[in-house]
Design a protein around this ligand. Structure first.
Ligand code: NOJ
Length: 555
């Protein structure tokens, strides 16, 4: 295989709990994924990223791991997992596992032993501060409240950057790091094809553990552990001890609040850290003054400028990005950036085109390929997500009304992405024959996979085509990036160049008609590779309909 084979690949993210339930308990499971491999093959994706399925109390849906070596019975057995791996491989589909090594569940054996005794070696697997009469510092948990929890028996606090049930691991400890590498090799030896590494840039905490200032919204402690002092050292060690021992694997790091400079370091091949990274700056364009729990129309110009500056920056430093609109932590992209009422199909397709043809490896979140929307939950009882439930309380305490809080959750909750996949218009959207663990989106009779497969002009077939084009044209997988038309409101456009191939990608992100002037070099015989509205004639003064997009190739 070529060493950068993953540049020609498209990754599909599965949130197993909501993908397909095979045994009628209301939770999705591994056998459910096996049942749907043919569907994924039809879409044409190359790699599946499956969110955590290890033994877990599921306080944070598996991101709170209690045993790294076993599959949680809710999802099935190790045998089921091995069958999935085998069947996926037979179909030419790779599987990467989600790996959470910033923290474990407080139900993990290590943490339980750490609690028993300060002298236990496991105590030093976590981050503790003795009680000096007050909380160790003012860092905030990402899920609300303080990042420290007091344990009376030890008269100490442990650090949890996420929920109280997710204790941060002490990466300063060599023995802990060895344990983690051993465990990672266990999964790779099983034949998995790589890892998505959860919040992996938070592993190294600054030893000062200083208070933050709270002057701005992000002054909540994160500067002391984001891209921390030893992070590159740890990732190089992980690469040496684990990744470098396996051929053709893929590694993608989830980078919280990172910057371009560090992301280049994480992914520039010569540094031997990771293959690619996710960053989230473009998904904060609807945060009022940086606050997620607010309501604001997204700012198009900001969105485009952020994405393009990352494209340019990563290209200049020869880094590599994971390209995405959505995942299990984000509201549905079509509800957020598209127009679900008048231009459902068109906006779903245009969003796909805009992301898939940039420089990087595209990720599709389950359901995105049929335009699944936010479910519009109208009562707090419908929510399951720990972050949403915590912030529901916090916002009420701040004085917002129940109605205001529910409106915020409708737009911002992670549960927007976690409703069951709408397979068809039947009971429970064909996801399960029992009531699902979280309610199904109301529009499932209309928006579902069965309908999308029947309808030749659906978003599904547009995504299928985008995936296929990446395989056919090196300019998509390997071309350079250049932004264009950046002064035109509502236009998201760029050029890609690779040897003699030049690709022009233009997307209208608005509901207004737009006119652009096509550069002369493109006014020669070329080929429209993909478009929203079918045929498009490339001429000097080109009119674009609402949410119209196209990609045009010349040689
Ligand atoms: C990022 C994951 O995507 C999210 O779902 C999880 O809650 C946090 N990391 C903590 O593990």
């Amino acid at each position: 295989m070529k060493k950068d084979w993953w540049k020609k690949s498209v990754v599909y993210q599965i949130y197993p709990k909501s993908f397909k339930d095979s045994n009628g308990d209301g939770f999705g499971d591994i056998v459910g994924i096996i049942e749907k491999l043919d569907y994924l093959k039809k879409l044409g994706v190359d790699i599946l990223w499956i969110t955590p399925m290890y033994v877990s109390p599921q306080n944070d849906n598996g991101y709170d791991i209690a045993n790294y070596y076993e599959i949680d019975p809710k999802f099935g057995t190790m045998e089921n997992f091995e069958t999935l791996l085998k069947k996926a491989h037979e179909k030419g589909i790779k599987i990467i596992m989600d790996m959470v090594v910033n923290h474990t569940s407080t139900e993990h054996e290590w943490f339980k032993k750490a609690l028993e005794n300060k002298n236990s070696k496991y105590h030093n697997y976590y981050i503790w501060k003795e009680n000096k009469g007050k909380i160790p510092n003012n860092w905030a948990s990402k899920f609300g409240g303080s990042a420290w929890e007091y344990i009376e028996k030890l008269d100490e606090y442990y650090l949890h950057l996420f929920d109280i049930n997710q204790a941060d691991l002490n990466w300063e400890n060599n023995e802990l790091r060895e344990e983690i590498y051993k465990m990672m090799r266990f999964w790779l030896d099983k034949g998995i094809d790589g890892f998505r590494l959860d919040v992996v840039n938070l592993l190294s905490k600054d030893s000062s553990f200083k208070d933050d200032t709270y002057e701005k919204v992000n002054d909540d402690g994160r500067k002391y552990y984001t891209d921390g002092p030893k992070i590159h050292e740890y990732l190089q060690e992980m690469n040496r001890e684990v990744f470098s021992k396996y051929e053709d694997i893929i590694t993608v790091g989830e980078m919280s609040s990172t910057n371009i400079e560090n992301s280049i370091k994480y992914t520039n091949e010569e540094r031997k850290e990771l293959n690619m990274v996710f960053n989230f700056h473009h998904l904060k364009v609807d945060y009022l003054n940086g606050d997620k729990w607010s309501l604001m129309e997204y700012n198009f110009k900001e969105l485009r400028d952020i994405l393009f500056s990352w494209q340019e920056g990563m290209q200049a430093g020869q880094g590599w990005s994971a390209l995405f609109w959505s995942n299990h932590d984000q509201p549905r992209n079509i509800s957020r950036f598209g127009n679900t009422k008048e231009y459902f199909n068109e906006s779903g397709k245009t969003l796909g085109t805009a992301i898939h043809l940039m420089r990087g490896t595209p990720y599709i979140y389950q359901g995105e390929e049929i335009g699944m929307e936010n479910p519009d939950f109208d009562s707090i009882e419908m929510y399951r997500d720990i972050e949403s439930l915590n912030n529901y309380k916090i916002l009420l305490e701040k004085g917002l009304t129940e109605k205001q809080v529910l409106e915020i959750l409708k737009n911002k909750s992670r549960d927007n992405a976690r409703t069951p996949i709408q397979w068809n218009g039947e009971k429970n959207a064909g996801f399960s024959n029992k009531e699902p663990w979280i309610p199904v989106g109301k529009n499932y009779k209309n928006i579902n996979i069965e309908n999308a497969l029947r309808e030749k002009a659906s978003i599904f077939y547009h995504y299928k085509k985008l995936i296929k084009l990446r395989k056919e044209y090196d300019v998509i997988s390997h071309g350079s990036f250049k932004k264009i038309y950046e002064n035109q409101e509502g236009i998201f456009a760029y050029e890609r160049i690779y040897s003699s191939e030049e690709l022009l990608v233009v997307c209208n992100f608005s509901i207004e008609e737009k006119e652009i002037v096509i550069e002369d070099k493109f006014l020669k015989d070329g080929k429209v590779l993909i478009s929203t509205y079918g045929d498009i004639f490339i001429e000097k003064k080109l009119k674009l309909k609402p949410f119209e997009s196209f990609a045009y190739l010349i040689k």
